[in-house]
Design a protein around this ligand. Structure first.
Ligand code: PLP
Length: 326
C-alpha cells in the first residue's frame, strides 16, 4: 500500500493476457500484454494511474482547477480533462500547435470533456503553464498544476502501485516476467516501474523504449528518470538509490522523431491489429512495439524468456493519423 491519498479513476486490475499469435509469429520469447489501454477513463491509458494520485492531492488541497500541458494529441491531457470533469473541476490544457479547423482524436475528446484549450505553437511541453496559472489566480481560482506528462514524484506513485497490481496478478497466474517493455516519454512510467520493482522485489528487467529525443526539464530522459526514481523513493521513505547502471532506456527506435509514423511503426500497428485484434497508437506504443519486434528478430531474448509489453494506451490518436497510415 502506498501511503498517499488516491482517488481510483480507472478500472483495476487491467487485464494481463498472453499474445499467443504474436508469440508464434515472431518465434521468440513468450509475449504477454498488460492492457492499460483499458483503464477506462475516457478511452483509457497509462496516465489514469498518475491521475489517481494527482486527484487525491488536488481534492485534499481544495483546488478547483486542473492545469497541465502537452502535444496537441496528448493522451495525458485528454485523461486529465476526463478526471476534472468527473470531479467537477475546471480543466485548462496548454497544448502545442495552433487551433485546427477541425478537431479530431484526443483534441476532439478534450473539447467534449469541457476543457479550456490554450494553443502555444512550438511549445508542446507545457512551458506556458506558469503564465496561465497566474491569470487563473488573479481571477480567484485555485489551480492544481500537473507537470508535462504527469511526471513528478506524485504521478510516479501511480506506477509504483501498478507494480503492486502486476505482482499480485503474476502470483495468481504463477507467472514470472523476465522483461517489461514499454514506451518511455516524460519518464514517470519508467521511474515508477523501477521503484516498484525494487519495492516489491521483482527479478525483472525494466526496458523503456524512448519515443522522443527532446530533453525534459533541461535533462536527457535517462537522467530525468533517475532523478525522478530517487525523488519518488525519497517520498516513500524508501532506502533506495538509483544509479546510471539501474536504468535501461533504448533510444534506437526514435525513428524520424516524436509523432512521426514510419514503416516500423506501421508494421507494429498492423501486426498487433491483424494477429491479436489489439490497437496500438501511432505515437507511443507503435514505436515501443516496433522496438520489441526488432529486438526479438535480433535475438536479444532467450526463447525461455517471458516478456511483458505494457500497453500504455493512446489509441484515440489513431484517427488524426488516418491519412498517414495508408
Ligand atoms: C500512450 C502513451 N504511452 C506512453 C507514454 C509515456 O509515459 P511517460 O510519459 O510516463 O513516460 C505516454 C505519455 O504521454 C502516452 O500517452
Amino acid at each position: 500500500m502506498i501511503p498517499f491519498k488516491r482517488i481510483s479513476l480507472g478500472f483495476y486490475p487491467t487485464p494481463l493476457v498472453k499474445l499467443e499469435s504474436l508469440t508464434k509469429l515472431l518465434a521468440g520469447p513468450e509475449i504477454y500484454i498488460k492492457r492499460d489501454d483499458l483503464t477506462g477513463l475516457a478511452l483509457g491509458g497509462n496516465k489514469t494511474r498518475k491521475l489517481d494520485y494527482f486527484l487525491g492531492d488536488a481534492v485534499e488541497k481544495g483546488c478547483d482547477v486542473l492545469i497541465t500541458g502537452g502535444a496537441q494529441q496528448s493522451n495525458h491531457c485528454r485523461q486529465t480533462a476526463a478526471a476534472a470533469a468527473q470531479y467537477g473541476l475546471q480543466c485548462h490544457l496548454v497544448l502545442g500547435g495552433h487551433q485546427p479547423d477541425e478537431f479530431n482524436g484526443n483534441l476532439l475528446l478534450d473539447k467534449l470533456l469541457g476543457a479550456h484549450l490554450h494553443f502555444c505553437g512550438n511549445l508542446r511541453k507545457g512551458e506556458k503553464i506558469p503564465e496561465i496559472v497566474d491569470e487563473l489566480r488573479t481571477i480567484g481560482k485555485s489551480p492544481y498544476v500537473i507537470p508535462y506528462g504527469g511526471s513528478n514524484s506524485i504521478g510516479t506513485l501511480g506506477f509504483v502501485s501498478a507494480v503492486e497490481e502486476l505482482n499480485l496478478q503474476m502470483k495468481h497466474k504463477s507467472l514470472h516476467f523476465s522483461h517489461i517493455v514499454f514506451a518511455s516519454s516524460s519518464g514517470g512510467t519508467q521511474a515508477g516501474l523501477m521503484v516498484g520493482k525494487s519495492l516489491y522485489g521483482l527479478d525483472t528487467e525494466i526496458l523503456g523504449i524512448g519515443i522522443d529525443k527532446d530533453e525534459i526539464e533541461g535533462l536527457p530522459l535517462e537522467t530525468f528518470v533517475l532523478k525522478l526514481a530517487n525523488a519518488t523513493a525519497l517520498k516513500l521513505n524508501l532506502e533506495m538509490n538509483f544509479h546510471k547502471n539501474d536504468i535501461y532506456l533504448n533510444n534506437n527506435y526514435l525513428g524520424e522523431g516524436y509523432g512521426i509514423v514510419g514503416e516500423a511503426e506501421k508494421e507494429a500497428i498492423d501486426f498487433l491489429a491483424r494477429s491479436e485484434g489489439i490497437l496500438l497508437d501511432p505515437v507511443y506504443t507503435a514505436k515501443a512495439m516496433a522496438g520489441l519486434i526488432d529486438l526479438i528478430r535480433k535475438q536479444q531474448f532467450y526463447k525461455k524468456d517471458k516478456v511483458l509489453f505494457w500497453h500504455t494506451g493512446g489509441t484515440p490518436a489513431l484517427f488524426p493519423y488516418a491519412s498517414k497510415m495508408s
